[in-house]
Write a new protein. Structure first.
Lengths: 307, 279
């Protein structure tokens, strides 16, 4: 089994000399959720459209499930897409859409229609036509359509656009479930970076058509320098306890005498307990660090507009 | 070799699936149902006009108004509208995007769209075929004078004729040849729709084209060479003036011209759509 589902090699797309995508090389592995981060016009949708076969590269290559060229088009049967807006016929209901796309893909299992509508919470829309759907309902239907055929690679461009807070949580849980249970690879773009941080396992940062960075959640956390910020009335004793009792030298004393501890990030209670037992009066103990948003800005360079 | 066969069978399956999906969509389309209702009304209206003109209940110059309801006129507008709904509509609502990203090849898309478009156009013309057949089965006479083209020409040329079994067989062949000619004429809309994707443009260009084509037909007597070349298209020759009196060879020539013309239109459509950007 090929470990990677998608590989792009110096993928470039230009329109009249202007690069929408420039030498983009990415590899997507099975079962991971990739957060594609970039500003408006950074090239996210262009990359997704190239993968979906809606447009052709000016240069470079796409390898899909180990196949390139014409064969890659055949492999797109294993891909589900929701790019920009879902393809909906205004006069058709959710169920009719499911049937239309199921017939188009040649999927015999009729029960799948209702099953997927239930999955995205649209089972009760009855005879309501797509033209009367809210933006969130359209997005949900788009996700259901993308899931037809049990894809191995799911491409979602701004899937939580227009969803209410509960809908956002439901879609996040669905994405995680699909990735964990079915080993589905998911490429997801969103401007909601805090939300993306809760969903993705890997990140691809794209800026002005170029892939600036591809990193795992662990690498991101490392780069974001997450730490426990500890303030106390006895910084010297605090440092001594960290070294002697918690056996760590992963800390930094700041000019204001607060201490940044890069260890024990998930064990805040243990740190608090040990410091208390040694009579250290802690005035602050909090998890701090760059957010994905701040990190993204640091990668692309500040002052370039909105994310 | 095996790989090629496998790919070919995959392509055929994809085409079939897409055709089934498109037919399902047409069945649900209100727009298409309206077009069907219009052609049904027009088919009856044109027969009534032809009957009334023949009976002298309407003046002969009213045939011009009756022509507005005729198959050749109605299909030149509604056929283009159908292409707009069926092909341009799929670009508008992104059904084409869904098909491509689902791994369906562009050749399968073009071919299956063309087949379903042909079927849908044939269904639009079905009321004319039915009305013509019913009218011919009566002893009544019909006449629309010089504006009788296509099925209207069949109706006016054969009214009150006593059909033998062989005549009926030939009549079916003639009707199918006329139907095929219309579909071939409309096949111009396929590349237009795949490239322009704008309904208004398709309808305007195609209707304009049919007017120009009719003008070309009126020049037939001026040049034999032009007449022969133009006769190789479904717009020229006597392809829309076939009658039971015509020889089988002439009828099959119409089939051949139509099939070749449709094949050319499909080849053009595919070559234009093969590397086209899907916005």
């Amino acid at each position: 089994m090929v470990k990677h589902v998608l590989k792009t090699d110096r993928l470039t797309k230009s329109y009249r000399g202007a690069y929408a995508l420039n030498q983009a090389t990415v590899t997507l592995e099975r079962g991971k959720i990739y957060g594609l981060i970039g500003q408006n016009g950074a090239g996210k949708t262009t990359l997704m459209r190239l993968i979906a076969g809606l447009t052709f590269p000016t240069s470079g290559a796409i390898e899909l499930f180990g196949h390139t060229g014409e064969q890659a088009q055949q492999e797109r049967k294993r891909v589900g897409c929701l790019i920009e807006h879902p393809g909906l016929v205004p006069s058709m209901t959710a169920k009719e859409h499911m049937r239309l796309y199921r017939l188009m893909r040649g999927i015999p299992n009729q029960e799948l229609e209702q099953e997927l509508l239930e999955t995205v919470g649209l089972a009760d829309t009855g005879s309501k036509k797509a033209k009367n759907f809210s933006l969130g309902m359209k997005q949900r239907l788009g996700i259901a359509l993308a899931l037809l055929g049990n894809p191995e690679l799911l491409i979602l461009d701004e899937p939580i656009n227009g969803l209410d807070p509960l809908g956002v949580v439901e879609i996040r849980q669905l994405i995680k479930k699909l990735s964990e249970e079915r080993q589905m690879t998911i490429l997801i773009s969103s401007h909601n970076l805090p939300e993306l941080y809760q969903t993705a396992t890997d990140y691809i940062i794209i800026h002005k058509g170029e892939i600036k960075q591809a990193l795992t959640q662990a690498q991101l956390d490392e780069n974001c320098k997450h730490h426990l910020l500890i303030s106390s009335d006895q910084p010297e004793k605090l440092v001594s306890v960290l070294e002697m009792e918690l056996k760590t030298s992963q800390y930094k004393v700041m000019p204001d005498h607060s201490v940044k501890l890069y260890d024990y990030l998930d064990k805040k209670e243990q740190v608090a307990k040990v410091l208390f037992e040694h009579g250290i009066f802690v005035t602050n103990l909090s998890l701090e660090g760059d957010t994905l948003e701040q990190y993204f800005i640091s990668v692309i360079g500040d002052g370039d507009g909105n994310v | 070799m095996n790989n090629t066969l496998f790919q070919l069978s995959g392509m055929v399956t994809a085409m079939f699936n897409l055709m089934v999906a498109d037919l399902y969509k047409l069945r649900k389309s209100l727009g298409y149902k309206i077009l069907l209702a219009i052609t049904s009304i027009c088919a009856i209206a044109v027969a009534v006009f032809a009957y009334a003109v023949q009976q002298g209940q309407l003046a002969g110059d009213m045939a011009g108004i009756g022509f507005m309801f005729s198959d050749v006129n109605v299909i030149s507008i509604l056929g283009a509208v159908l292409a707009s709904i069926f092909i341009c509509g799929d670009f508008d609502n992104k059904t084409v995007h869904g098909a491509i990203s689902a791994g369906i090849s562009r050749s399968s898309i073009v071919f299956s769209k063309a087949v379903v478009y042909g079927i849908a156009a044939a269904c639009l013309l079905l009321p004319y075929i039915i009305v013509t057949a019913v009218a011919l089965s009566t002893p009544q006479q019909f006449n629309m004078g010089s504006v009788a083209v296509g099925f209207l020409n069949i109706l006016t040329s054969h009214s009150s004729m006593d059909f033998t079994a062989a005549d009926i067989g030939k009549l079916v062949l003639v009707m199918l040849a006329t139907l095929m000619t219309y579909i071939a004429q409309l096949s111009i809309c396929i590349p237009l729709a795949f490239v322009l994707r704008k309904p208004v443009l398709i309808v305007a260009i195609y209707y304009g084209f049919t007017i120009v084509a009719a003008q070309f037909s009126s020049w037939r007597g001026n040049s034999l060479a032009f007449d022969r070349i133009y006769g190789l298209t479904p717009f020229g020759g006597d392809h829309v003036f076939l009658t039971v009196a015509d020889g089988v060879g002439k009828i099959f020539q119409t089939y051949a011209v139509s099939i070749v013309f449709i094949a050319i239109m499909l080849a053009i459509s595919y070559s234009l759509f093969r590397k086209a950007e899907i916005k």
